[in-house]
Design a protein around this ligand. Sequence first.
Ligand code: PDD
Length: 286
Amino acid sequence: MSIVYLNGQYLPAAEACVPVLDRGFIFGDGVYEVIPVFGGHPFRCDEHLARLENSLAEVRIPRPCERAEWSQLFSRLIAQNGGGDLSLYLQVTRGPAARDHALPAHPTPTVFAMCNPLRPLPTTVREAGITAITHEDIRWARCHIKAISLLPNVLLRQEALDAGAAEAILIRDGMATEGAASNLFAVIDGVLTTPPKGPRLLPGITRDLILELAHDNDIPAHEAEIPQAALVTASEIWVTSSTREIVPVTTLDGRAVGEARPGPVFRRMDALYQAYKANFASTAQA
Ligand code: PDD
């Protein structure tokens, strides 16, 4: 059984309990991170922790740990779960308090972390891509906060699954923003394009690394709005996240994207991403 971390204790998942009055349970009042772990080492850890600190500040939950303490917690939890390649889930809620919308004066945040298996993208997906749908973005106006209240995202992903697709690409005011649980890239007129950061989308860690790799390898790329109509003519569309990495979308709303197979920019970026990861795992090990 997997070992989880809860408020200072490392214990089997089945034994970890949170009070029913925890505001995470009552209000969905909390934030989270999903950090990939390669060769036992959290990938882009500082970037994930910076985003966590930003989410905490935005929702006014006191910071429960400093960076060094998070690192110690992660190392111990990863070791107790056998190391290797994992997905580390970390959640901080405002903690237990009498049910009241107003913020408690002296919150005691609940800190929970667990490790899950990290499965590489199946070869079939790397070779054939996925199907996606577009859908109106039904979420709130602060999507840059990685909040645990994910009901709209859950419903949007299910809409995609019900339509025989794997992801929903969200549209707000005619612009494509991101996926239900991923960021969005499109190759438009030969230029790799992703929407600029702001309250309409999560500032993805994978997204930032892709832009960095594009810059370092002279792949034309920029941050610009993607009108919904541009998705129809884009030669490539990808969705990206820490757990799935770069996933090519080859059918959108029942129409082929480009030549209906993962394109050359995807193949190049995926190779760069895999090489970057391999280098990280070998240098972190040393
Ligand atoms: N989700 N946008 C949304 C709405 C997301 O939920 C995610 C990731 C991303 C990609 O961010 P990153 O590259 O930092 O993983 C973008 C995680 C994996 C999840 O909720 O499980």
